[in-house]
Design a protein around this ligand. Sequence first.
Ligand code: SAH
Length: 257
Amino acid sequence: AALREGYERFDPRAYLHNNYLPPRADFSSEEFVVPWKLRCLAETFASGEIRGRTLIDVGSGPTIYQLLSACDHFEEIVATDYLAVNREELGRWARGDPGTFDWSPFIRHVCKIEGRGEPWQEKQRRLRQRLRRILPIDVHQPDPLGAPLHPKADAIVSAFCLEAVSPDRAAFARALAHVGSLLRPGGHALLLGALGESFYLAGDAALPVVPLGEDDVRAALRDAGFRLRDFRSYAMPPALRTGVDDVDGVFFVHAQK
Ligand code: SAH
């Protein structure tokens, strides 16, 4: 209940400002956290192994950076969020409405690290075209999308969602299992998330987060029936500890169901 109340005050603009502008979104060096996240995803999709018809992004929030490398490998990208304000923000970006958040520095950077010489506008166009559905979701429900998914997804992405909506580690593990049920056997899960974080700010909202250690993430994946393929972690440098949260680091996981 406390979490639900917190999210009623979640301000997408403030959240974007806190996490997706400098100093965190500084593309001048790979030491900053946003370029680190984008590289994890770009390198993982570069293998060509993760592809198919549908990819679901769980808890998209108002952001699309987590879909930039993914969108080349799937016919349809489904974004999801619990909050209407976030789904509306994504819808405005997908339609190209004026006044939405400027993701172009992210798109340029991903085109650069993917190294195919693709013009960034091409990638933006492809993501907008493939982002056909933006759906409500609640990861605390056994069927997070409200009904079992047929056919199941070939891959899921989820960034900074499960630990940010779970009151404790048991709830995190259950939410991961719920999300895993959206995936076909053999499907791939790519997760980014916060380590050792107890809260983050988004305007007037202070959202509680379950502080996770690397072993909590590994155990929850195992219990949810995933095989770990890659685990990376990033220590938040002092210059990026800006007071918008108390995060210690970030994990990246590639796992297979
Ligand atoms: N993926 C984005 C946003 C993460 S913030 C990023 O990488 O920055 C956490 C998101 O979880 C918010 O957008 C919030 O609206 C969403 N959320 C809150 N409660 C949820 C629930 N019960 N199920 C799924 N998502 C939820």
